[in-house]
Design a protein around this ligand. Structure first.
Ligand SMILES: C[S@@+](CC[C@H](N)C(=O)[O-])C[C@H]1O[C@@H](n2cnc3c(N)ncnc32)[C@H](O)[C@@H]1O
Length: 317
């Protein structure tokens, strides 16, 4: 199966992220989804507290620029690298609006090939919200390459296996994080209108969960069939175990590794309460601050909502 997926994983990912409305939807995720607010807040805090001595950054799978634009606003020079031209166009538009386009170099490319970049080319390398997980079966090589081009620091977030497994036994999990039920986002409306059907049709499939616990793979045959029919299925995704990611980074020479699971605390709280917290400015600020502390605890890092975050320093420095 791995050999077949090898030919499809990148092609499926590219087609999915090239969908015309993807950049637009991605650029206002935090207006719609509470889990995205928490994840972005966590990464932002982590990023901004680790900028000492950093002037240049490579952002791999940078999307519509959530973090590349943020870093450019802090005066850094950023290479914004992504496989999708529509995502890059959206990021350019937002960078221009923010007045930082001149500090960002936009590059269309795939993480599977970073040969254009020299060893230690960037002070810091970042890749957030799973681009690495979409490069299956090349994810280990990609991490090695990202470490190679980093001089001082690396910060990644990948799909979390322990964090993603609950989705398979909770077809309404994403409903928990809807901030605005009146949102025009068609996914929100779909989640709301199909909620009861999804509960009614649900069956607990132990074998499927055990398989994913074992091989970490989400997607495969069905996605390939949909792609062949001309569709744009969700990317085939490799999910990591926390110790697997940590050991991999260590093997590539990364030290002082810190891991976190953004969203671990929030996933224990029902939607009605999350929305209430988000609607009150002070409670929202306190909540996000507390989530940052809780989700950094190594005992919960695997249970982040669906991402696993890792930060480390490059040994040679
Ligand atoms: C969920 S978005 C995350 C964007 C950004 N890092 C953020 O946190 O806002 C994933 C991004 O990875 C990009 N991507 C997916 N596969 C990729 C690959 N093989 N090489 C480079 N970029 C890729 C997509 O085009 C998309 O923009």
């Amino acid at each position: 199966m791995e050999d077949i997926i090898k030919d499809y994983s990148r092609k499926i990912s590219e087609r999915m992220w090239n969908l015309p409305d993807k950049g637009e939807l991605e650029s206002h995720r935090e207006k719609t989804w509470i889990d995205d607010i928490i994840q972005k807040d966590h990464i932002e805090r982590k990023l901004l507290s680790n900028l000492e001595g950093i002037e240049t950054v490579f952002d791999g799978g940078a999307g519509c620029g959530r973090f590349s634009i943020l870093l450019a606003k802090h005066g850094l020079r950023v290479t914004h690298f992504d496989i999708s031209q529509p995502m890059i166009e959206k990021a350019k538009e937002l960078a221009e609006q923010a007045g930082v386009a001149d500090r960002i170099t936009f590059v269309k490319g795939a993480l599977e090939d970073l040969s254009a970049y020299a060893d230690n080319a960037f002070d810091m390398v970042i890749s957030f919200d799973s681009p690495i997980s979409y490069t299956y079966p090349h994810q280990e090589k990609v991490i090695g390459e990202l470490v190679r081009i980093a001089k001082k620091r690396i910060m990644l977030s990948v799909s979390s296996r322990l964090g993603s497994l609950p989705y398979l036994a909770n077809p309404i999990q994403k409903n928990q994080f809807i901030l605005d039920e009146c949102s025009e986002d068609s996914f929100v409306q779909w989640l709301l209108s199909t909620r009861q059907d999804r509960i009614r049709n649900f069956r607990f499939e132990k074998a499927r969960l055990e398989q994913m616990l074992l091989d970490g793979l989400m997607g495969g045959k069905d996605e390939i069939a949909e792609y062949e029919k001309g569709g744009a299925p969700w990317c085939i995704t490799y999910t990591f175990m926390p110790d697997e990611l940590e050991n991999l980074l260590r093997r590539f020479g990364v030290e002082n590794i810190e891991m976190a699971g953004p969203g671990a605390y929030a996933r224990t709280i029902p939607n009605e309460i999350l929305v209430k917290i988000m609607e009150d400015r002070q409670q929202r600020m306190d909540f996000l601050e507390f989530c940052y502390q809780y989700d950094e605890n190594p005992y919960v890092c695997g249970m982040g909502k669906d991402n696993l975050l890792a930060k480390g320093d490059i040994v040679s420095c």
